[in-house]
Design a protein around this ligand. Structure first.
Ligand SMILES: [Mg+2]
Ligand SMILES: [Zn+2]
Length: 181
């Protein structure tokens, strides 16, 4: 089964801003078309995973419980649109903890590979930051960058790594994936 990994903030929901976090349920707002894009990919048979750094928990800015509440809202919204997320992976560590899961490390992707018997070389990672592109490359996944979050094409010359493909948003990325089946 082919897998699609999605970063969360700036891909599924509105990017909270540099150095900021989604700290409460009310701050979690779906980007236009994101739920529908996930529904279409799910209905096409893809396994879909969320892969997200949430160091704000490790820093004590918001609690694990609040993060779980945010996740519940996200999953309910996606399910009510006809979609599904197979599993949500978070790294809640601070950078200083030097864990193996914080992106651009690949620990979360490797957990998904182990738990769902995935071939990471056939998987697509969709993110809104250059760190996501590095994560995809480190894991051997195809790398799609969406411009509905942190990154803008104006910065392209500063990117230390180029994504395999660039799309305006998740809806466009999903359209491309489905059109190339
Ligand atoms: Mg993001
Ligand atoms: Zn971690």
């Amino acid at each position: 089964m082919k897998a699609i990994f999605l970063d969360r903030d700036g891909v599924i929901n509105r990017y909270p801003g540099d150095t900021k976090y989604v700290t409460s349920v009310k701050d979690f707002r779906f980007l236009p078309g994101a739920k529908q894009a996930i529904a279409r990919l799910h209905q096409a048979g893809f396994r879909i995973f969320v892969i997200s750094n949430q160091a704000g928990v490790g820093k004590g800015i918001y609690s694990r419980k609040e993060l779980d509440n945010i996740t519940r809202k996200m999953l309910l919204g996606i399910r009510s649109a006809g979609g599904n997320i197979d599993k949500v992976y978070y790294c809640t560590h601070r950078k200083e903890e030097n864990c193996s899961c914080r992106k651009p490390q690949t620990g979360m992707l490797k957990s998904a590979r182990r738990e769902y018997q995935l071939d990471l070389k056939k998987a697509i990672f969709i993110g809104d930051t250059i760190r996501d592109v590095h994560t995809a490359r480190n894991a051997g996944c195809e790398s799609y960058l969406v411009l509905c979050g942190k990154e803008k094409t104006a910065n392209r010359k500063n990117w230390q790594i180029q994504p395999d493909k660039v799309f305006a948003n998740l809806r466009k990325a999903a359209g491309f994936i489905l059109s190339s089946l």
